[in-house]
Each structure stands twice: as C-alpha cells, then as structure tokens.
Write a protein that binds this ligand. Structure first.
Ligand SMILES: Cc1ncc(COP(=O)(O)O)c(C=O)c1O
Length: 466
C-alpha cells in the first residue's frame, strides 16, 4: 500500500531539508492533521514523492522517533505515536505551564506582580469610575477610545520616536491580538507567509501557523536579522524584534536597519516591529529609536503593557501605516467589538498624569540593578559564558562554549532548583546554534540572582568534569 503524505519542502530555504521535513511532520502531528496511530509512507516512498534523497527522510523519521512523535514497528511501518510527548501541541504564546517546581524561575514572561503600581492604578481607575459618562460604558470604537489613542501617539513619539497620529493607533488585547489581526489583514491582501526571526519566539511561530499563515524562519546573527536571507525567502511580510532581539538580545545594526527598510520598499512589503521591552533600555544614550521612525508607511509598530505593567491587563497597541489602517479596522470589527473601555480610560489617565513615566523610571532602575547583578554573577560563577547583545529588557542571553551539552546543563540546573531555558528551545529546526541560556531576571529578587547563577555554574562545572 503506497501511503501518501502531503508535505512541502523548499529547496531554496536556508533551513536544511531534514529539518524542514521534521518540522512539517511535527506540526501536522501537533495540529492533529495527522492523528495518533496514523501510518506514514515508507522512507523510500516519501523520498520518491518529494524528490529527496532517502537519507533525508530516514534522518527526519529517526529524529521524530527519538523525540517521541513517531513509532517504528518492525513489519508494520512508521506511525504517529498514540501518546504525544509532554508539551507537544501547546498552541500558546506562553512557555508551557504548569512548570516543574523550582526555587528560582528564570523563564521570561513571568509576571512580577510586585512591580504593578497598584496604588496609582487604583487612583486612576477610581477617578474613571467616578467620572465616566454614557459614552464610557457604551460599545467603544473598535480601534480604541480617543483619550488613550491621543496619549499613546504623544507617548510613543516622545519615548520611542514613533511617527504616528492618534487616528492610526489601534488598542489591542496585548501584542497577541495585534499579531492575529495583522495575520488576518495580510491574508486579505494575498500574503500568506510571514518571515520570523530564528532563534525566536516558538509560541509566536505556532500562533502564526494557527492563523493560517506560514511562518518562515530567517536566521539572526550578531547584527540582528540577516536581511539577505529574508530576501531569498520571497516573503512579503516579516516580524522582527529590532531593539532587543528575542531571545538573543542583539540590536539590529544601523546597516541592517537600512537594508531591512530597503527590502520593504523594494518588495512592497510590511515589517512588524515587536517592541516588547523597548521601555527598558539601561544606557539611555545607546537606546535605538523605533525602526518605524525610518518608514512609517511600511512598518507596523507594536507595543504592550505586558512588561511595562503586567501581562494580565491584556493591553497593547499598534501604530499602523495609514494605508493599512482601514483594512485593520474592518478585520477587527469582524472579530470583536473593541477593548475594555474602563481599562483604556484608566491607562490614559495614568499616562496623562505622568504616573506611567514615574513608574517606568522606578522599575527601569530596578531592572538595571538586576541586569548588572546578573552580569556580575555570570562573571563570577559562569566565567566560560559570554553575555550576548545589549543590556536591556528583562532578560540576558548567555552564550556557552561550543560543544556544551545545553540540555544536560538545563537538567543539572533544575536538579539544583533553577528553572532556565536553553537556546535550543527557541530554534525551529534550522542549523543548531551555539549553546546558550536565556536568563530572565524580571521576576527574581536581587538577592536570588547570584544564588540562581551560582547553581547554574555548579551544574556547568559538574558537566565539564564529566
Ligand atoms: C517577544 C515577545 N513579544 C511580545 C510579547 C508580549 O505579548 P503580549 O502583549 O500579548 O503579552 C512578549 C511577552 O511578553 C514577548 O516575549
């Protein structure tokens, strides 16, 4: 019986064919396109169907068997496993939860409630409740209430050099909703591929896939996204984190910025700038302006309160190129009826009264001391590692010597009650990068940083001794 499998590989991609095939099958299993127990074609058959060498398929199958996605039964071929590996199929933007118990949690995206300015929020929210009129409790405009869009336009210009008008701002439920709306609007324009950075945010990659777009990984180096590689993909839209690349921490170099903006002009393409932690730049002089400043007609700027305040508010914003705005409004009005008005009014009040600026100054200095403490702890306890990229945001990326067994180090750290993610978790099947660790310090007390890094250092020394 010649079982058929409908997968595609791209010979011009920088991603090796084995990795492409592996990812495609993994996605089909996780998305339940391939059901548990489904039979796959033989490696010989699939190689022939796809015009690939058989060794490419054999290697992909072997890797998927090792990862627990497929089973090979002698005499009855290769099947999708009946029990998927833990964590498979998480169609979430978040790191899988629940996580193992650990004293120190260095994962990124962990909310730090103690940084939430409760008193200020309470004051603004109470003021709103006392003064809100009929308009404030009726359905809001889908793009957001005027008060907040006005405040945001001023704030984004002042703090991030974004060039926009209140009428081009859309308030969203965090970047997650912004991304979903953008993916819909691209598809309305006949764009079905969205280039993403690799390494990058695996949750976002799956999220994009679930919107019906094809995420196309493009490698990142010390200068940020490799624009030449982007151009080779043929994609017309790209999602980037130019100020502080997620997860490597590098900043898109001035030359690459220009190249990327040129690419957008020449391909009539779109750039989404995910400025998730742009407010937390510790060296004020070095802070790069938003990429959007270079071409407000082609760059969609995205911001969020998830790092600035807390993710639970589910509040974000897009500064949208004027010619894309009407489509985004149409797409939005078909999906929901706008964001919670009272939260929007309270946040506008927080901004208007200067309370947000004051809060930002306070937490920025808190995060700066954590970033410095982490750098000092790495120098002391993990001297073979090198911190990569810019001192900004709520995480650092430590590069480890080539050949370090990253997975064993992560396990060793967990045995010492430190939960940390290895760089491989942020790869999508492209060539394995240099081993590394993503060290989130946003929710750690200052005193915990040295203890956590010391535990990782001890795990590293144990690994080195063999
Ligand atoms: C790379 C990146 N972009 C954006 C966000 C924010 O997403 P949201 O606004 O939906 O919470 C996060 C998470 O905090 C992130 O890690």
């Amino acid at each position: 019986m010649a079982w058929h499998l409908s997968v595609q590989v791209d010979r011009d991609s920088v991603v090796p064919l084995t990795a492409q095939l592996q990812n495609a099958i993994k996605d089909m299993v996780e998305d339940r396109v391939l059901h548990p127990g489904a039979r796959l074609p033989s490696s010989r058959q699939l190689a022939q169907d796809l015009g690939l060498s058989r060794s490419v398929v054999v290697e992909a199958y072997e890797q998927l068997i090792a990862e627990g996605y497929l089973d090979a039964v002698r005499g009855s071929g290769t099947h999708v496993t009946r029990q998927l590996p833990a964590g498979a199929g998480e169609a979430s933007l978040l790191d899988p939860r629940p996580a193992p118990e650990a004293r120190w949690d260095l994962r990124v995206g962990i909310a730090n409630l103690s940084n939430f300015p409760r008193q200020e929020w309470l004051t603004s929210y109470t003021k709103v409740l006392q003064n809100v009129g009929r308009d404030g409790v009726d359905y809001p405009p889908v793009a957001g209430i005027a008060e907040l869009r006005n405040e945001l336009a001023g704030y984004l210009g002042r703090v991030r050099s974004v060039r926009t008008e209140p009428g081009n701002i859309m308030v969203t439920a965090g970047f997650a909703q912004g991304l979903a709306l953008l993916c819909s609007s691209f598809q309305h324009q006949g764009i079905h591929e969205l280039a993403i950075e690799e390494p990058g945010h695996n949750g976002q990659r799956r999220f994009i896939l679930d919107t019906g777009m094809r995420p196309v990984p493009v490698p990142v180096d010390e200068e940020g996204l490799i624009v030449e590689a982007l151009a080779r993909t043929g994609a017309r839209a790209v999602l980037v984190t130019p100020a502080h690349q997620f997860p490597t921490g590098v900043t898109l170099s001035p030359a690459r910025r220009q190249e990327l903006l040129r690419w957008a002009r020449e391909t009539d393409g779109w750039v989404i700038e995910d400025d998730y932690d742009g407010e937390f730049w510790f060296d004020h002089q070095a802070r790069p302006a938003a990429l959007q400043e270079g071409d407000p007609e082609r760059v969609v700027y995205a911001g969020t309160t998830s790092k600035v305040l807390v993710p639970g508010l589910r509040l974000g914003w897009l500064a949208i190129p004027p010619r894309m705005f009407p489509l985004m409004e149409r797409v939005r009005s078909r999906q929901d009826q706008g964001s919670d008005t009272l939260t929007q009014l309270a946040f506008a009040d927080l901004m208007r009264g200067g309370l947000l600026d004051r809060h930002l100054r306070r937490v920025r200095s808190r995060y700066r001391s954590r970033s410095e403490a982490l750098a000092a702890a790495v120098r002391e306890h993990l001297p073979d590692a090198r911190l990569n990229g810019s001192a900004a945001g709520l995480h650092s990326y430590a590069l480890l010597p080539p050949g370090t067994d990253e997975a064993a180090l992560v396990q060793g750290a967990l045995r010492r009650s430190v939960l940390v993610r290895g760089g491989q978790q942020f790869r999508f099947g492209g060539p394995p990068g240099r081993p590394g660790l993503l060290l989130g310090y946003g929710s750690l007390p200052l005193t915990g940083i040295s203890e956590a890094v010391a535990a990782i250092g001890a795990a590293y020394e144990e690994l080195k001794r063999g």
